[in-house]
Design a protein around this ligand. Structure first.
Ligand code: SF4
Length: 441
Protein backbone atom coordinates (compact mmCIF):
# COMPACT_ATOMS: atom_id res chain seq x y z
CA UNK A 1 0.00 0.00 0.00
CA UNK A 2 1.54 3.31 -1.10
CA UNK A 3 1.16 6.25 1.27
CA UNK A 4 0.74 9.69 -0.37
CA UNK A 5 3.82 11.91 -0.18
CA UNK A 6 3.28 14.64 2.45
CA UNK A 7 2.18 17.92 0.84
CA UNK A 8 4.95 20.40 0.27
CA UNK A 9 4.79 23.54 2.32
CA UNK A 10 5.37 27.25 1.68
CA UNK A 11 6.35 30.01 4.11
CA UNK A 12 6.00 33.65 3.02
CA UNK A 13 7.53 36.40 5.20
CA UNK A 14 6.11 39.72 3.95
CA UNK A 15 7.46 43.15 4.86
CA UNK A 16 6.21 46.64 4.05
CA UNK A 17 2.85 47.86 2.78
CA UNK A 18 -0.50 46.16 2.31
CA UNK A 19 0.20 45.84 -1.43
CA UNK A 20 3.17 43.62 -0.58
CA UNK A 21 1.08 41.52 1.83
CA UNK A 22 -1.47 41.16 -0.96
CA UNK A 23 1.27 40.03 -3.39
CA UNK A 24 2.33 37.49 -0.77
CA UNK A 25 -1.22 36.11 -0.81
CA UNK A 26 -1.14 35.95 -4.63
CA UNK A 27 2.11 33.96 -4.58
CA UNK A 28 0.71 31.67 -1.88
CA UNK A 29 -2.39 31.20 -4.06
CA UNK A 30 -0.22 29.94 -6.94
CA UNK A 31 1.58 27.49 -4.65
CA UNK A 32 -1.75 26.39 -3.16
CA UNK A 33 -2.97 25.48 -6.64
CA UNK A 34 0.21 23.41 -7.02
CA UNK A 35 -0.70 21.46 -3.89
CA UNK A 36 1.41 23.35 -1.35
CA UNK A 37 0.13 23.98 2.15
CA UNK A 38 1.02 26.98 4.31
CA UNK A 39 3.86 26.38 6.78
CA UNK A 40 3.51 28.05 10.19
CA UNK A 41 7.21 28.71 10.37
CA UNK A 42 10.30 28.54 8.12
CA UNK A 43 11.52 25.34 9.80
CA UNK A 44 8.51 23.47 8.36
CA UNK A 45 8.73 24.88 4.84
CA UNK A 46 10.05 23.42 1.58
CA UNK A 47 9.94 26.87 -0.02
CA UNK A 48 10.68 30.07 1.93
CA UNK A 49 9.93 33.43 0.28
CA UNK A 50 11.11 36.68 1.85
CA UNK A 51 8.75 39.26 0.34
CA UNK A 52 10.60 42.55 0.64
CA UNK A 53 10.08 46.32 0.85
CA UNK A 54 12.42 48.94 -0.65
CA UNK A 55 10.98 52.11 0.90
CA UNK A 56 13.91 52.62 3.30
CA UNK A 57 17.57 51.56 3.32
CA UNK A 58 17.15 50.21 6.84
CA UNK A 59 14.38 47.87 5.65
CA UNK A 60 16.65 46.46 2.94
CA UNK A 61 19.60 45.87 5.26
CA UNK A 62 17.31 44.01 7.68
CA UNK A 63 16.44 41.60 4.86
CA UNK A 64 20.06 40.51 4.51
CA UNK A 65 20.20 39.64 8.20
CA UNK A 66 16.97 37.65 7.81
CA UNK A 67 18.45 35.81 4.83
CA UNK A 68 21.56 34.98 6.82
CA UNK A 69 19.35 33.51 9.54
CA UNK A 70 17.17 31.55 7.09
CA UNK A 71 20.16 30.14 5.21
CA UNK A 72 20.39 27.13 7.59
CA UNK A 73 17.09 25.77 6.24
CA UNK A 74 18.80 25.10 2.93
CA UNK A 75 20.76 22.27 4.57
CA UNK A 76 17.53 20.25 4.75
CA UNK A 77 16.75 21.11 1.11
CA UNK A 78 14.49 24.13 1.48
CA UNK A 79 14.43 26.62 -1.39
CA UNK A 80 15.11 30.25 -0.38
CA UNK A 81 13.70 33.09 -2.48
CA UNK A 82 13.53 36.87 -2.32
CA UNK A 83 10.53 38.67 -3.84
CA UNK A 84 8.95 42.14 -3.68
CA UNK A 85 10.19 45.69 -4.26
CA UNK A 86 13.77 45.23 -3.00
CA UNK A 87 14.11 42.21 -5.32
CA UNK A 88 12.87 44.35 -8.22
CA UNK A 89 15.25 47.17 -7.32
CA UNK A 90 18.40 45.15 -6.56
CA UNK A 91 17.99 41.98 -8.72
CA UNK A 92 21.42 40.34 -9.23
CA UNK A 93 22.94 42.43 -6.42
CA UNK A 94 20.97 40.29 -3.91
CA UNK A 95 22.50 37.10 -5.37
CA UNK A 96 25.94 38.71 -5.25
CA UNK A 97 25.59 39.66 -1.55
CA UNK A 98 23.74 36.43 -0.61
CA UNK A 99 24.94 33.78 -3.10
CA UNK A 100 22.98 31.04 -1.25
CA UNK A 101 19.66 32.62 -2.36
CA UNK A 102 18.04 30.39 -5.02
CA UNK A 103 15.52 32.80 -6.51
CA UNK A 104 15.02 36.56 -6.88
CA UNK A 105 11.64 37.63 -8.34
CA UNK A 106 10.71 41.32 -8.36
CA UNK A 107 7.38 43.00 -7.56
CA UNK A 108 6.69 43.33 -11.31
CA UNK A 109 8.04 39.92 -12.24
CA UNK A 110 6.60 37.19 -10.02
CA UNK A 111 3.70 36.19 -12.34
CA UNK A 112 5.28 32.80 -13.00
CA UNK A 113 6.65 32.27 -9.50
CA UNK A 114 5.96 28.53 -9.69
CA UNK A 115 8.06 28.07 -12.86
CA UNK A 116 10.82 30.22 -11.39
CA UNK A 117 10.82 28.06 -8.23
CA UNK A 118 10.89 24.89 -10.36
CA UNK A 119 13.86 26.23 -12.37
CA UNK A 120 15.68 27.07 -9.15
CA UNK A 121 14.85 23.63 -7.76
CA UNK A 122 16.40 22.08 -10.90
CA UNK A 123 19.65 23.72 -9.83
CA UNK A 124 19.53 26.36 -12.55
CA UNK A 125 19.91 28.93 -9.76
CA UNK A 126 20.19 31.56 -8.76
CA UNK A 127 17.12 32.37 -10.89
CA UNK A 128 16.71 36.15 -11.29
CA UNK A 129 13.43 37.63 -12.66
CA UNK A 130 13.16 41.45 -12.67
CA UNK A 131 11.97 44.13 -15.06
CA UNK A 132 9.09 42.14 -16.60
CA UNK A 133 5.54 43.42 -16.23
CA UNK A 134 4.01 39.97 -15.91
CA UNK A 135 0.40 39.76 -14.67
CA UNK A 136 0.43 38.37 -11.10
CA UNK A 137 -0.98 34.92 -10.27
CA UNK A 138 -4.75 34.73 -9.79
CA UNK A 139 -5.96 35.00 -6.24
CA UNK A 140 -7.34 32.09 -4.22
CA UNK A 141 -9.60 34.01 -1.82
CA UNK A 142 -9.21 31.36 0.90
CA UNK A 143 -5.49 32.26 1.09
CA UNK A 144 -5.51 35.28 3.41
CA UNK A 145 -4.17 36.35 6.78
CA UNK A 146 -7.48 37.50 8.37
CA UNK A 147 -10.77 35.50 8.52
CA UNK A 148 -13.11 38.51 8.43
CA UNK A 149 -11.21 41.31 6.70
CA UNK A 150 -9.47 41.31 3.32
CA UNK A 151 -7.77 43.60 0.81
CA UNK A 152 -8.49 43.73 -2.90
CA UNK A 153 -5.85 45.46 -5.04
CA UNK A 154 -7.64 47.51 -7.73
CA UNK A 155 -4.48 48.45 -9.62
CA UNK A 156 -0.72 47.91 -9.68
CA UNK A 157 1.97 50.57 -9.96
CA UNK A 158 1.71 54.36 -9.89
CA UNK A 159 1.93 57.19 -12.45
CA UNK A 160 2.89 59.87 -9.96
CA UNK A 161 6.56 60.72 -9.52
CA UNK A 162 6.86 61.87 -5.94
CA UNK A 163 10.56 62.54 -5.76
CA UNK A 164 11.23 60.44 -2.62
CA UNK A 165 9.29 57.38 -3.77
CA UNK A 166 10.71 54.12 -5.12
CA UNK A 167 7.30 52.64 -6.05
CA UNK A 168 7.19 53.84 -9.68
CA UNK A 169 10.58 52.20 -10.21
CA UNK A 170 9.75 48.92 -8.46
CA UNK A 171 6.09 48.55 -9.42
CA UNK A 172 5.95 50.37 -12.78
CA UNK A 173 3.19 52.40 -14.40
CA UNK A 174 -0.32 52.28 -12.99
CA UNK A 175 -2.48 49.50 -14.42
CA UNK A 176 -6.08 49.16 -13.31
CA UNK A 177 -7.82 45.78 -13.05
CA UNK A 178 -11.20 45.20 -14.80
CA UNK A 179 -14.04 46.36 -12.54
CA UNK A 180 -16.06 43.16 -13.06
CA UNK A 181 -13.08 41.11 -11.88
CA UNK A 182 -12.79 43.24 -8.74
CA UNK A 183 -16.48 42.89 -7.88
CA UNK A 184 -16.23 39.12 -8.44
CA UNK A 185 -13.28 38.99 -6.04
CA UNK A 186 -15.29 40.87 -3.40
CA UNK A 187 -18.23 38.48 -3.93
CA UNK A 188 -15.94 35.44 -3.56
CA UNK A 189 -14.36 36.86 -0.39
CA UNK A 190 -17.78 37.51 1.16
CA UNK A 191 -18.87 33.98 0.23
CA UNK A 192 -15.75 32.77 2.06
CA UNK A 193 -16.66 34.58 5.31
CA UNK A 194 -15.17 38.05 4.82
CA UNK A 195 -17.33 40.92 6.17
CA UNK A 196 -15.02 43.90 5.58
CA UNK A 197 -13.19 44.62 2.32
CA UNK A 198 -10.58 47.32 1.79
CA UNK A 199 -9.95 48.34 -1.83
CA UNK A 200 -6.24 48.92 -2.26
CA UNK A 201 -4.24 51.10 -4.64
CA UNK A 202 -0.94 52.97 -4.42
CA UNK A 203 -3.14 55.88 -5.51
CA UNK A 204 -6.70 54.63 -5.38
CA UNK A 205 -8.29 57.89 -6.61
CA UNK A 206 -6.86 57.47 -10.09
CA UNK A 207 -8.38 54.01 -10.48
CA UNK A 208 -10.04 53.76 -13.90
CA UNK A 209 -7.99 56.25 -15.85
CA UNK A 210 -6.75 53.37 -18.06
CA UNK A 211 -10.14 51.61 -17.94
CA UNK A 212 -13.24 52.06 -20.16
CA UNK A 213 -15.86 54.72 -19.34
CA UNK A 214 -17.84 53.86 -16.21
CA UNK A 215 -14.94 51.98 -14.57
CA UNK A 216 -13.66 54.39 -11.93
CA UNK A 217 -13.53 54.61 -8.12
CA UNK A 218 -17.03 56.10 -7.89
CA UNK A 219 -18.66 53.21 -9.83
CA UNK A 220 -16.42 50.61 -8.21
CA UNK A 221 -17.38 51.71 -4.69
CA UNK A 222 -21.07 51.55 -5.57
CA UNK A 223 -20.75 48.12 -7.20
CA UNK A 224 -18.75 46.63 -4.29
CA UNK A 225 -21.05 48.29 -1.74
CA UNK A 226 -24.01 46.38 -3.15
CA UNK A 227 -22.41 42.92 -2.83
CA UNK A 228 -24.85 40.98 -0.59
CA UNK A 229 -23.39 40.03 2.79
CA UNK A 230 -20.66 42.69 2.81
CA UNK A 231 -20.87 44.64 6.07
CA UNK A 232 -18.12 47.22 5.64
CA UNK A 233 -16.19 48.73 2.73
CA UNK A 234 -12.99 50.82 2.93
CA UNK A 235 -10.38 52.07 0.47
CA UNK A 236 -6.71 53.21 0.69
CA UNK A 237 -4.50 55.10 -0.22
CA UNK A 238 -5.78 58.49 -1.45
CA UNK A 239 -3.82 61.19 -3.24
CA UNK A 240 -4.92 64.82 -2.68
CA UNK A 241 -4.13 65.70 -6.29
CA UNK A 242 -6.55 63.12 -7.71
CA UNK A 243 -9.50 63.06 -5.30
CA UNK A 244 -12.84 63.54 -7.07
CA UNK A 245 -15.63 65.62 -5.47
CA UNK A 246 -18.20 62.82 -5.98
CA UNK A 247 -16.14 60.62 -3.65
CA UNK A 248 -17.38 62.54 -0.62
CA UNK A 249 -20.95 62.18 -1.81
CA UNK A 250 -20.38 58.41 -2.03
CA UNK A 251 -18.98 58.43 1.50
CA UNK A 252 -22.00 60.36 2.76
CA UNK A 253 -24.62 58.19 1.03
CA UNK A 254 -23.27 54.60 1.02
CA UNK A 255 -24.05 53.23 4.50
CA UNK A 256 -21.51 50.38 4.43
CA UNK A 257 -18.69 52.65 3.18
CA UNK A 258 -16.68 53.68 6.26
CA UNK A 259 -15.95 57.40 6.75
CA UNK A 260 -12.21 56.93 7.11
CA UNK A 261 -9.73 58.40 4.64
CA UNK A 262 -6.00 57.79 4.45
CA UNK A 263 -4.63 60.88 2.70
CA UNK A 264 -0.84 61.19 3.17
CA UNK A 265 0.06 64.92 3.25
CA UNK A 266 3.75 63.94 3.64
CA UNK A 267 4.53 67.54 4.69
CA UNK A 268 2.73 70.69 5.85
CA UNK A 269 5.16 73.00 4.05
CA UNK A 270 4.50 74.18 0.48
CA UNK A 271 8.23 74.51 -0.19
CA UNK A 272 8.80 70.85 0.78
CA UNK A 273 5.65 69.67 -1.07
CA UNK A 274 7.06 71.37 -4.20
CA UNK A 275 10.41 69.56 -3.89
CA UNK A 276 8.51 66.32 -3.27
CA UNK A 277 6.52 66.96 -6.50
CA UNK A 278 3.33 66.02 -4.65
CA UNK A 279 1.14 68.23 -6.87
CA UNK A 280 -0.89 70.06 -4.21
CA UNK A 281 -0.43 72.77 -1.61
CA UNK A 282 -1.10 72.83 2.12
CA UNK A 283 -4.11 75.05 1.44
CA UNK A 284 -5.54 72.60 -1.12
CA UNK A 285 -4.98 69.72 1.33
CA UNK A 286 -6.96 71.58 4.04
CA UNK A 287 -9.70 72.38 1.53
CA UNK A 288 -10.08 68.65 0.75
CA UNK A 289 -10.32 67.77 4.44
CA UNK A 290 -12.93 70.50 4.99
CA UNK A 291 -14.97 69.25 2.02
CA UNK A 292 -14.76 65.68 3.31
CA UNK A 293 -15.93 66.74 6.78
CA UNK A 294 -18.74 68.83 5.32
CA UNK A 295 -20.09 65.64 3.76
CA UNK A 296 -19.07 63.29 6.62
CA UNK A 297 -19.03 65.21 9.94
CA UNK A 298 -17.99 62.02 11.79
CA UNK A 299 -15.33 61.26 9.15
CA UNK A 300 -11.73 60.51 10.18
CA UNK A 301 -8.48 61.20 8.33
CA UNK A 302 -5.20 59.33 8.71
CA UNK A 303 -1.88 60.70 7.51
CA UNK A 304 1.65 59.82 6.45
CA UNK A 305 4.47 62.31 7.04
CA UNK A 306 8.10 62.32 5.98
CA UNK A 307 10.41 64.30 8.28
CA UNK A 308 13.87 65.49 7.32
CA UNK A 309 13.28 65.75 3.56
CA UNK A 310 16.24 67.52 1.89
CA UNK A 311 16.21 71.23 2.64
CA UNK A 312 13.51 70.93 5.34
CA UNK A 313 14.00 73.91 7.66
CA UNK A 314 12.67 74.21 11.21
CA UNK A 315 9.97 76.48 9.78
CA UNK A 316 9.02 73.83 7.18
CA UNK A 317 8.80 71.25 9.92
CA UNK A 318 6.61 73.56 12.00
CA UNK A 319 4.27 73.43 8.99
CA UNK A 320 3.86 69.67 9.46
CA UNK A 321 3.38 70.06 13.23
CA UNK A 322 0.67 72.69 12.74
CA UNK A 323 -1.05 70.54 10.11
CA UNK A 324 -1.41 67.75 12.69
CA UNK A 325 -2.96 70.23 15.14
CA UNK A 326 -5.23 71.79 12.52
CA UNK A 327 -6.56 68.62 10.85
CA UNK A 328 -6.70 66.53 14.06
CA UNK A 329 -5.74 63.26 12.36
CA UNK A 330 -7.05 59.96 13.68
CA UNK A 331 -3.55 58.57 13.19
CA UNK A 332 -0.25 59.67 11.63
CA UNK A 333 2.47 57.36 10.32
CA UNK A 334 5.78 59.24 10.51
CA UNK A 335 8.87 58.28 8.52
CA UNK A 336 12.38 59.76 8.39
CA UNK A 337 13.55 60.63 4.89
CA UNK A 338 15.76 57.86 3.46
CA UNK A 339 17.33 58.61 0.06
CA UNK A 340 16.48 55.69 -2.27
CA UNK A 341 18.78 55.02 -5.23
CA UNK A 342 16.82 55.49 -8.45
CA UNK A 343 14.47 58.15 -7.01
CA UNK A 344 14.50 61.78 -8.28
CA UNK A 345 15.21 63.20 -4.81
CA UNK A 346 18.28 60.97 -4.33
CA UNK A 347 19.62 62.24 -7.66
CA UNK A 348 18.65 65.89 -7.28
CA UNK A 349 18.93 66.76 -3.60
CA UNK A 350 21.61 66.37 -0.98
CA UNK A 351 20.41 64.48 2.11
CA UNK A 352 21.30 67.54 4.23
CA UNK A 353 19.11 67.16 7.34
CA UNK A 354 21.26 65.52 10.06
CA UNK A 355 20.04 62.13 11.39
CA UNK A 356 19.74 63.61 14.89
CA UNK A 357 17.42 66.35 13.59
CA UNK A 358 15.36 63.73 11.70
CA UNK A 359 15.05 61.65 14.87
CA UNK A 360 14.04 64.67 16.94
CA UNK A 361 11.43 65.80 14.39
CA UNK A 362 10.10 62.24 14.16
CA UNK A 363 9.57 62.22 17.93
CA UNK A 364 8.05 65.72 18.04
CA UNK A 365 5.54 64.87 15.31
CA UNK A 366 4.58 61.63 17.06
CA UNK A 367 4.15 63.55 20.32
CA UNK A 368 1.91 66.11 18.59
CA UNK A 369 -0.16 63.28 17.07
CA UNK A 370 -0.37 61.52 20.46
CA UNK A 371 -1.77 64.70 22.04
CA UNK A 372 -4.38 64.95 19.27
CA UNK A 373 -5.30 61.26 19.59
CA UNK A 374 -5.62 61.51 23.37
CA UNK A 375 -8.01 64.46 23.07
CA UNK A 376 -10.03 62.69 20.36
CA UNK A 377 -10.26 59.53 22.47
CA UNK A 378 -11.34 61.52 25.54
CA UNK A 379 -14.14 63.13 23.50
CA UNK A 380 -15.42 59.66 22.53
CA UNK A 381 -15.96 58.51 26.14
CA UNK A 382 -19.65 58.02 26.91
CA UNK A 383 -20.59 57.74 23.24
CA UNK A 384 -21.54 54.49 21.44
CA UNK A 385 -19.87 53.29 18.24
CA UNK A 386 -20.39 50.44 15.79
CA UNK A 387 -17.40 48.08 16.10
CA UNK A 388 -16.37 45.16 13.88
CA UNK A 389 -15.10 42.47 16.25
CA UNK A 390 -11.78 41.17 14.91
CA UNK A 391 -11.13 38.63 17.67
CA UNK A 392 -9.33 38.31 21.01
CA UNK A 393 -7.01 41.07 22.18
CA UNK A 394 -3.35 40.06 21.87
CA UNK A 395 -2.71 41.17 25.45
CA UNK A 396 -5.75 39.65 27.26
CA UNK A 397 -7.60 36.55 25.92
CA UNK A 398 -10.72 37.52 27.91
CA UNK A 399 -10.92 40.79 26.04
CA UNK A 400 -12.06 41.33 22.45
CA UNK A 401 -10.55 43.80 19.99
CA UNK A 402 -12.27 45.61 17.13
CA UNK A 403 -12.35 48.84 15.12
CA UNK A 404 -14.89 51.61 14.74
CA UNK A 405 -15.82 52.85 11.26
CA UNK A 406 -13.28 55.65 11.87
CA UNK A 407 -10.56 52.99 12.44
CA UNK A 408 -10.23 53.56 16.20
CA UNK A 409 -9.15 50.40 18.06
CA UNK A 410 -11.49 49.38 20.90
CA UNK A 411 -11.05 46.70 23.61
CA UNK A 412 -14.08 45.28 25.44
CA UNK A 413 -15.26 42.10 27.16
CA UNK A 414 -17.29 39.58 25.18
CA UNK A 415 -17.46 36.01 23.88
CA UNK A 416 -15.09 34.86 21.07
CA UNK A 417 -18.19 33.90 19.04
CA UNK A 418 -18.69 37.62 18.40
CA UNK A 419 -15.68 37.67 16.05
CA UNK A 420 -16.71 38.87 12.58
CA UNK A 421 -19.84 40.56 13.92
CA UNK A 422 -20.76 44.24 14.19
CA UNK A 423 -21.60 45.25 17.77
CA UNK A 424 -22.44 48.58 19.44
CA UNK A 425 -19.87 49.51 22.06
CA UNK A 426 -20.19 52.37 24.57
CA UNK A 427 -16.75 53.91 25.20
CA UNK A 428 -15.88 53.92 28.91
CA UNK A 429 -12.18 54.83 28.89
CA UNK A 430 -9.06 55.32 26.77
CA UNK A 431 -5.28 55.48 26.44
CA UNK A 432 -3.36 57.56 23.85
CA UNK A 433 -3.59 54.65 21.38
CA UNK A 434 -6.76 52.65 22.13
CA UNK A 435 -10.25 52.86 23.60
CA UNK A 436 -12.00 50.70 26.22
CA UNK A 437 -15.71 50.00 26.18
CA UNK A 438 -18.65 47.76 26.96
CA UNK A 439 -21.08 46.11 24.56
CA UNK A 440 -24.54 47.74 24.47
CA UNK A 441 -27.84 45.82 24.33
S1 SF4 B 1 1.57 58.55 -5.15
FE1 SF4 B 1 3.70 59.15 -4.86
S2 SF4 B 1 4.20 58.28 -2.83
FE2 SF4 B 1 2.37 57.22 -3.56
S3 SF4 B 1 3.12 55.39 -4.60
FE3 SF4 B 1 2.84 57.00 -6.15
S4 SF4 B 1 4.86 57.95 -6.35
FE4 SF4 B 1 4.84 56.81 -4.42
Amino acid sequence: MTTAAPAKRLFVLSFGCQMNVYDGELMASAFRRAGYEAAKEPADADVILVNTCAVREHAEEKVFSHLGELRRHKQRGALLGVTGCMAERMGKEIARRAPYVDLVAGARSFGDILDLAAAARDGLGPVISVGHDRPPPARDVSVRTDPYRAYVAVSRGCDHHCTFCIVPATRGREKGRPMAELVDEVRALVADGVVEVTLLGQNIDSYGKDRPEGEDLHHLLRACHDVPGLKRLRFVTSHPADMAEELFDDMATLPRLCGALHIPPQSGSNAVLKRMARGYTRERYLEIVREFRRHCPEGEVAADFIVGFPGETEEDFEGSLSLVREVLFQQSFVFRYSPRPGTPSAERFEDDVPEAAKAARNLRLLKAQEAVATAKHAAMVGRTYEVLVEGRSKKDPDVLMGRTRGNFIVHFRGGPDLAGHLVDVRITGHSPVTLRGEIRG
